[in-house]
Design a protein around this ligand. Structure first.
Ligand code: ADP
Ligand code: MG
Ligand code: MG
Length: 898
């Protein structure tokens, strides 16, 4: 089989469809090459080789690909007219990682590989540019040292050991920028770097280009299992066996002087979705300089440059002279870049994120990918592309990453609170949103406070986990394409970058702005849409959901066949969910209503009652409260079905466990404290989740079911009198035998009949059941013969099928996932293989006897994308999820059809 794929000179062995094998970067380099975009020639070692490496180890894998790699290097040599390791006319290459999905900065890349003490001299002579040659050498040692030889900062307070050496030299020489180093400085740096590597790691820097190349290839494979990459994979649920590809590519040099440079650009705004070409570049720079924020990058377009200058409060004259856009500085190159961005966006039919390098007046494209974007940008771009005729409605729906919609539902700053806010500084609006939290300076301390804002000079891939935990990210350095900005947009996290007025001291853990000192733990707020940094806490408000968000929701409705209901226990949640487009309620838990102060007492009296008569009395008190709850919910869901579940949790959850409250209850009920205590201990169970709960309550205390039925039916009748249509569906929990259901059903129907007679009026209602005990799924035919509907309670069903207690599983599930025994938490993602069989079987058996049996799901899984998709395939009529998951489930439900 082929393990190495070549690209370059308008040809390629691979193409963009082969991302699983070539990684995203490799597949797109191949594709760009074949459609005539100028890409430096190179080759891609497949992701399969990475997997082979993990099994077989270094030596065997090198042996396996050696001849293919040698032949491919020869191919680059002939295209470039240079040769690898040659002293007079050297070929240098980059060795780049690239998994099938983009993981910005998560894995490692080495540039200028092939350098040594002799090659650098040859390169200097050939290009007649000694500064360039030594700058490239210096960079190579730095990257190779870090990536391959393990030169890392000693502790989190320390900076990169190479940076430290450079900072020292800059101080000594009284200069600020890397570009100000003299040739001698660069030579000294190379020398010092090599010594530092030797001292810290014991490695002598390899001089043989082939040794360098294999070292780098293996290091890229290793980076797939590095901490950063592993964390990123887990965060996104990407499996470990995907592996990374390795791309080896001829270097093009952006660091050859003032006619060279490098940059990053986006075909649309990744923060807002606006259709404007934008990006950043640096003259005389290489590789990650722009992203790492070593100098303040300049804007690609004139328009962007003007906007940026406005934010940074830079005068137009100063801007035009010191920070000109690429459009102004190199108009011909800009035009060419502008053409390519247009071609690439149309070719991929999605927003592109591109890397480019200008070598001595010639433009090269080094990467393109579908750009990471915020949730807001995602919906805007999808709908804009439809309006521009680039894609159709179905394709637009597929551009929606359901979970990212969540970002749009988060609170925003309250407009009036913002007016009063004390803005202490401004940075770049790198990723929109509103964030309030306490200052932390280190990523691994982000979880120190419930809400934290990570404040850094700049972020690096090591900070990923902390960035994910923090509510917002603030950096002093770096532009709109900096690491912090790109990662934050991908996470949908608020970020303000490049706020130059901030003086951050890691050692003292302080932030100084305008002479004012802030400490770790102080509150600050970030406005990611304006770049404002605000002192203290700013109040937030609910976001408005209109525009493109509403359009996406409408499109979802147009294509979805399965309905989305919500789980709501009160009118407020019901209204929120309805706003998000819920098409009914799939689960109202009645027990939550009992926990309110004035009700819990009546509930406790009911539980402590010794006789049926006493219990009925207590239930009488509860009746009007329940009835008015139901009226509120029915009204909020006017015209739509509302499923109400009868009392489910063990009674022990309702009784008081503290002495003081026990005393109070005893007094209220005129019984002894001992009597209360006895009852409490009587109700205690060894396995409450398998104990006296669900329909077992209603079957032992039928008067509870009676009262609840009465509350539901009377509420419905009351609304009917007011002209409001409601469709109650009464749901019996936790049945395992059909008898259990029958008994409850009989109580419900006879109670309803009594009320209909009393009121001389009727309403339509259904009586159905939860399927949440494995036995119920097995006996589904019998149960369906009686029940009007099934609702799969996949929380309990998962608990009982796996035999994992949901309340105790946090002790072992994380370890199981780490060890690979389970891929994901089955309480989060429905286990389609196992639990799914019961769901499928239950549905099929039920529909065998009752073809139009209504079937839904009401566990937490009802809002989880892969589980929703499963429910669609199983033929369910609806899923039900918490209000804030409703938009997500709606989109998935539409995507499932497409
Ligand atoms: P990442 O996946 O972290 O973006 P890349 O492999 O894309 O890493 O490379 C890092 C940086 O080096 C990018 O800015 C890229 O454009 C640059 N680069 C990679 N290969 C070359 C090359 N052959 N010539 C010039 N620059 C390169
Ligand atoms: Mg990188
Ligand atoms: Mg890149």
């Amino acid at each position: 089989k082929t393990r190495v794929y070549k690209f370059g000179d308008k040809k390629a062995d691979g193409n963009s469809k082969m991302r699983n094998l070539l990684g995203g970067k490799g597949a797109n380099l191949a594709e760009m090459s074949s459609i005539g975009i100028p890409v430096p020639p190179g080759f891609t070692i497949t992701t399969e080789v990475c997997t082979e490496y993990n099994l077989l180890g270094k030596d065997e894998v090198i042996e396996m690909i050696k001849s293919e790699v040698e032949e491919s290097i020869a191919n680059i040599e002939s295209q470039m007219g240079t040769s690898f390791g040659d002293k007079e006319n050297p070929l240098l290459v980059s060795v780049r990682s690239g998994a099938r999905v983009s993981m910005p900065g998560m894995m490692d890349t080495v540039l200028n590989l092939g350098m040594n003490d002799e090659v650098v001299v040859g390169l200097a002579e050939k290009t007649n540019n000694e500064t360039f040659a030594w700058d490239s050498y210096r960079r190579f040692i730095q990257m190779y040292g870090g990536v391959v030889l393990g030169m890392k900062p000693a502790s989190k307070e320390d900076i990169d050991p190479f940076e430290e050496i450079m900072e020292h030299l800059k101080e000594k020489r009284g200069i600020k920028l890397d570009t100000e180093f003299t040739i001698q400085d660069l030579k000294d740096l190379v020398y010092d770097f090599k010594n530092a590597i030797k001292k810290r790691t014991g490695h002598i820097f390899p001089t043989d280009p082939w040794e360098q190349l294999w070292g780098a290839i293996i290091a890229v494979f290793n980076s797939w299992n590095g901490d950063r990459a592993v964390y990123y994979r887990n965060m996104n649920g990407y499996p470990a066996d995907w592996g990374t590809a390795v791309n080896v590519q001829a270097m093009v040099y952006g660091n050859m002087g003032s006619n060279s440079g490098t940059g990053v650009c986006f075909t649309r705004d990744a923060g807002t979705g606006e259709n404007v070409f934008n990006g950043e570049y640096l003259i005389n720079a290489q590789g990650e300089d722009v992203v790492a924020g070593v100098r303040t990058p300049q804007q690609i377009t004139k328009l962007g440059s003007k906007r940026w200058a406005e934010l940074a409060r830079i005068e137009e004259e100063d801007r035009a002279e010191n920070y000109p856009s690429l459009e102004e500085l190199m108009p011909v190159i800009f035009d060419e870049l502008n053409t390519y961005q247009d071609i690439l966006e149309k070719h991929y039919r999605d927003m592109q994120d591109m890397e480019f390098t200008i070598q001595d007046g010639k433009l090269w494209i080094l990467q393109t990918r579908n750009g990471k974007r915020t949730g807001a940008a995602m919906v805007k771009i999808a709908m804009d592309l439809v309006k521009e005729g680039m894609i159709d409605e179905k394709e637009a729906l597929l551009l929606i990453e359901p979970n990212k919609l969540d970002e749009l539902l988060h609170p925003v700053f309250d407009a009036s609170a913002l007016k009063r806010a004390n803005v202490i500084a401004q940075g770049l609006p790198a990723s929109p949103g509103a964030a309030t939290g306490k200052i932390v300076f280190f990523a691994d301390e982000a979880s120190k406070y419930k809400s934290s804002i990570l404040v850094r000079i700049e972020t690096s891939p090591e900070d990923l986990e902390g960035m994910n935990i923090a509510k917002g990210i603030l950096t002093a350095r770096g532009g709109m394409t900096s690491h912090a900005a790109v990662v934050a947009r991908g996470m949908g996290k608020c970020c303000v970058s490049g706020a130059g007025a901030l003086k951050i001291n890691y050692k003292k853990r302080t932030l100084i702005v305008d002479g004012h000192e802030y400490h770790e733990g102080d509150w600050i707020s970030l406005n990611g849409s304006t770049g404002n940094i605000i002192e203290g806490k700013v109040a937030t408000a609910e976001p408005e959901l209109n525009g493109e968000f509403a359009e996406v929701m409408e499109l979802s409705n147009k294509y979805a066949t399965m309905k989305v209901r919500t789980n709501a226990d009160n009118p407020k949640d019901a209204r929120i969910a309805r706003n998000f487009g819920a098409q009914g309620i799939g689960l109202t838990r009645t027990e939550h209503m009992f926990f309110e102060v004035d009700r819990i007492k009546a509930m406790r009296e009911m539980i402590l009652a010794d006789t049926v008569k006493e219990r009925k009395q207590a239930l009488e008190e509860l009746l009007p409260m329940q009835r008015s709850d139901f009226e509120g919910i029915f009204e909020a869901m006017e015209g739509l079905s509302v499923t109400i579940r009868l009392l489910d949790p063990p009674l022990h959850e309702f009784v008081p466990h503290q002495l003081a409250t026990q005393k109070e209850l005893a007094e209220d009920m005129h019984i002894t404290l001992q009597a209360v205590k006895n009852k409490v201990s009587e109700l205690e169970e060894f396995n409450p989740m398998l104990g006296h709960r669900g329909c077992r309550l209603g079957n032992t205390y039928p008067e509870i079911t009676e009262m609840q039925t009465r509350a539901i039916i009377e509420a419905a009748l009351n609304l009917k009198e007011r002209g409001i249509i409601c469709k109650p569906e009464i749901m019996v929990p936790l049945i395992g035998t059909v008898k259990e259901f029958e008994m409850q059903e009989n109580i419900i129907r006879s109670t309803a009949d009594t009320i209909f007679e009393e009121r001389n009026d009727t309403v339509e209602y259904l009586v159905g059941t939860m399927i949440e005990i494995p036995r119920a799924a097995l006996m589904a035919e019998l149960i369906a013969a009686r029940a009007d509907f099934f609702s799969f309670g996949t929380n309990d069903l998962t608990q009982m099928t796996f035999g994992y207690s949901r309340d105790d599983s946090s002790k072992f599930l994380p370890i199981y996932i780490e060890k690979g025994i389970l891929k994901v938490d089955p309480f989060e993602v429905l286990d389609q293989e196992g639990v799914g069989q019961l769901v499928k079987m239950g549905t099929e058996k039920g529909r065998d006897v009752k073809p139009n049996l209504k079937v839904g799901i009401c566990g937490e899984h009802g809002g989880e994308p892969s589980s929703v998709e499963f429910c669609y395939r199983t033929g369910m009529d609806y899923v039900s999820c918490s209000p804030y998951r409703v938009p997500i489930a709606r989109v998935v439900s539409a995507q499932a059809v497409i």
